[in-house]
Write a new protein. Structure first.
Length: 228
């Protein structure tokens, strides 16, 4: 009997398991912000649709039917997240909704989504190589870091993913919302000589920092060997 190789923690199954663990953690915290639940699950749904759905449709057995099954679940989940968002944002019309019932409904829909997700992962693993699965995991992680943070009724694909994400980040900044998503590291851009001059920054010479005499425009004192 052939031994089963252990899965890498960077593969798609492990990546999505961590995403769902984070959702469970947010849902289980009675003192946590419900808007953080909305942001995390909205980003997960959008990232999964944007990065994983195309591979499921074109490369997995029964891919279109699996996508449709998941879409039916996440569409209901998105509507429920929208209700929570309205209730906790001061919408008078949503003020009478029960927070406990909404939270229970979200937990049930997340469980349904997880069941469909298991079928999707099984179909992908049967069709794709481990390298291809790792690329999907990386694509999902990248999409999650840039994903919309509010529920939207339409499918997140192509340009709508970027438009929704940009608009949501603007609203999040205006509302001062804390978004529990991974931050995108940006490389620091160092200004050139003229850029540093315009910014009022001093640049050290390449051969090391200047001495006090050099900064004042004076010649350094002669060394002992020179005096001799």
């Amino acid at each position: 009997m052939q031994a089963v190789e252990p899965r890498s923690e960077q593969d798609l199954r492990a990546t999505l398991r961590r995403a769902h663990d984070q959702a469970d953690k947010l849902l289980a915290d009675p003192e946590g912000s419900r808007l953080e639940v909305v942001a995390w699950l909205s980003a997960h749904i959008a990232a999964f649709e944007h990065s994983i759905y195309p591979a499921v449709r074109h490369q997995a057995a029964n891919g279109p039917s699996l996508v449709e099954a998941d879409r039916q679940v996440v569409a209901r989940l998105a509507r429920t997240l929208r209700m929570i968002e309205r209730r906790h944002s001061g919408d008078v019309l949503a003020g009478g909704l029960s927070a406990d019932r909404l939270g229970e409904r979200v937990s049930n829909l997340v469980a349904e989504h997880r069941e469909v997700l298991a079928r999707i992962l099984g179909a992908l693993e049967a069709s794709l190589s481990p390298e291809a699965m790792a690329k999907l995991a990386a694509s999902y992680d990248d999409a999650l870091a840039h994903a919309p943070t509010r529920p939207h009724p339409h499918l997140h694909s192509g340009v709508m993913f970027r438009v929704d994400a940009l608009w949501d980040r603007i609203l999040d900044t205006m509302d001062g919302r804390h978004i529990p998503l991974p931050r995108v590291r940006r490389s620091r851009i160092m200004p050139g000589r003229w850029g540093a001059y315009l910014l009022g920054q001093q640049q050290e010479p390449q051969d090391g920092p200047a001495s006090a005499d050099q900064r004042l425009g004076q010649a350094p004192p002669p060394s002992e060997n020179t005096q001799r």
